[in-house]
Each structure stands twice: as structure tokens, then as C-alpha cells.
Design a protein around this ligand. Structure first.
Ligand SMILES: [Zn+2]
Length: 264
């Protein structure tokens, strides 16, 4: 089957193994059943901004034209620096957007993608956020009424934990062996008193299995900015990456808004 349209990040559904599908134009193409089959993605040399739809030569902040990147609330400073979010003070690029995104229940979590990391996300984004990061295990440590407080807890815990995923190691399936339940208690105990009231002591680990039979030993990362045709046998999917034969991987999310013709 051939499909054509602008792509956006893969949708996922948590089952025994994560089930993935790729939005392309108005279609949603189920990808899990394509594993071990040939797939071709052909970039048609056009990128449309995900906010305003205009053609942009270059993508900023995973899918925006420069104007929207500089003004869209989705590209606010508080996305990268949640502790700087000021929505709770009534300050935002767009308060309607902030009501739906910043002034909502957030969680702080520990996850193992390759390394152990701390992160935050909107409560409604669980487990999507963890799947998108390629985390194999995750545990909630706090729940807060807004993005700012979650960001403050994360910032504090960044003294002890990384907030980044080592994506090369994640793609190779390498991961540290950590007792997440014990680590969650350790992390909670490190928090200052005024932040401890937000802690979540449920202490349950979520395990996530990705559809990959065999991890590559090296990674050859492809980009539509350098090559317009990506083709091969789909070997697996993890995070927002497709694995093809011969160690090829491609980050789908990075190409949000790219016009693609897909053959599966
Ligand atoms: Zn735009």
C-alpha cells in the first residue's frame, strides 16, 4: 500500500508489546504488523509547520516554522525548563493553552531508558511519554497540580539524576540494572519538606516491552535532511525510532511535518 502526507510522531498503545502506528496525512498506518517486512519512506522535499501549516525550509523545535517556534505556546521556554513555567502566575504565551497544558496535574518520575533518569510530564501523557523515550521501566514519585511545581521537584532531583536519555545506548538496548522501587524511596527522601507533600508512594513499576527481536550493535542514524529515501526491512520500533536492516535507525518525531510517501 502507498500512503502520502505529512507525518507526525508515532502513536502508541501499551500492550504486552507496544503497538505503534504512524499518522501520515489523514491515514493512520499500523506498523507493528509490518515488522520483518519491507518499508520505504520517501521524503518529497516539503516541510509544513505543524502550527500554521505553511511551508518551511527548515524545521525548528521538531515541526515548527521559525515564526511559530518563536511564538507558539508549544515551543515556550517552559517546555524545556518546566521550573520556569509561570502559568500559575497568569503568565504564558497563551493562557488558554497554558490552562490545558501547564495548569494540569503533572507527575515526576524515574525511568530507565538506558541510564536512570528523572523526568516530568502531564499526568494524561502517561504512559505515552515513557514509550516515546524508549523507557523499559518507570515509576511515579510525585504528583503536582501544575507544571511549575513538577519542574521544581525535577530540578532539585537533577543534582542526583540525569534528566537526559542516552539515546545511542537506549537504541542498542543497553540499560542499567537498578531497583526502581528502592530508588524511588531514596529520591523521595532526598526532597525538601515543602516538596515532600506532593510525593506519590504507590511505588509501582511499569515495565514496557518494545517490538524488537534483536538490538543492533552499532547505530547508523538516518535523517531526511541528508537522504530523501529510507528503505529496508523494518526490524523493530522503540521510542520514536524505526529500526531497519543494516543498523539503520530513523527518529520519526524529529521529522514531524515532513511530507512523505510511504510504501508498506
Ligand atoms: Zn508556522
Amino acid at each position: 500500500m502507498k500512503y502520502k502526507g505529512n507525518i507526525s510522531k508515532m502513536k502508541s498503545n501499551l500492550s504486552n508489546e507496544v503497538e505503534y502506528s504512524l499518522p501520515i496525512g489523514n491515514d493512520l498506518v499500523e506498523l507493528s504488523s509490518q515488522i520483518n517486512k519491507p518499508i520505504t519512506l520517501n521524503f518529497l522535499n516539503q516541510i509544513n509547520c505543524i502550527a500554521c501549516g505553511k511551508i518551511t525550509k527548515k524545521s525548528f523545535g521538531q515541526g515548527f516554522c521559525y515564526n511559530c517556534f518563536a511564538s507558539a505556546p508549544e515551543a515556550s521556554e517552559c517546555i524545556l525548563h518546566p521550573e520556569k513555567c509561570q502559568a500559575h502566575l497568569g503568565i504564558s504565551r497563551n493562557m488558554d493553552w497554558a490552562e490545558k497544558h501547564c495548569l494540569q496535574a503533572h507527575i515526576v518520575y524515574l525511568a530507565i531508558s538506558s541510564n536512570l533518569k528523572v523526568g516530568i510530564t502531564r499526568k494524561s501523557q502517561i504512559p505515552t511519554r515513557w514509550i516515546d523515550q524508549g523507557a523499559s521501566h518507570a515509576i511515579v514519585i510525585a504528583e503536582t497540580p501544575n507544571r511549575h511545581i513538577a519542574g521544581t521537584i525535577e530540578k532539585f532531583l537533577m543534582q542526583f539524576y540525569s534528566d537526559k536519555t542516552s539515546w545511542q545506548a537506549m537504541l542498542k538496548g543497553k540499560s542499567v540494572d537498578v531497583d526502581l522501587k528502592a530508588e524511588a524511596i531514596t529520591a523521595i527522601n532526598k526532597l525538601p519538606k515543602e516538596l515532600q507533600k506532593y510525593t506519590d508512594t504507590t511505588n509501582e513499576v511499569l515495565d514496557i516491552n518494545f517490538p524488537i527481536n534483536e538490538y543492533p550493535t552499532k547505530i547508523s542514524s538516518l535523517s531526511f535532511d541528508k537522504t530523501s529515501i529510507v528503505e529496508g526491512v523494518l526490524k523493530g520500533i522503540k521510542g520514536q525510532y524505526l529500526y531497519l536492516n543494516d543498523n539503520q535507525v530513523i527518529n520519526i518525531r524529529k521529522h514531524t511535518g515532513y511530507l512523505i510517501e510511504m510504501d508498506v
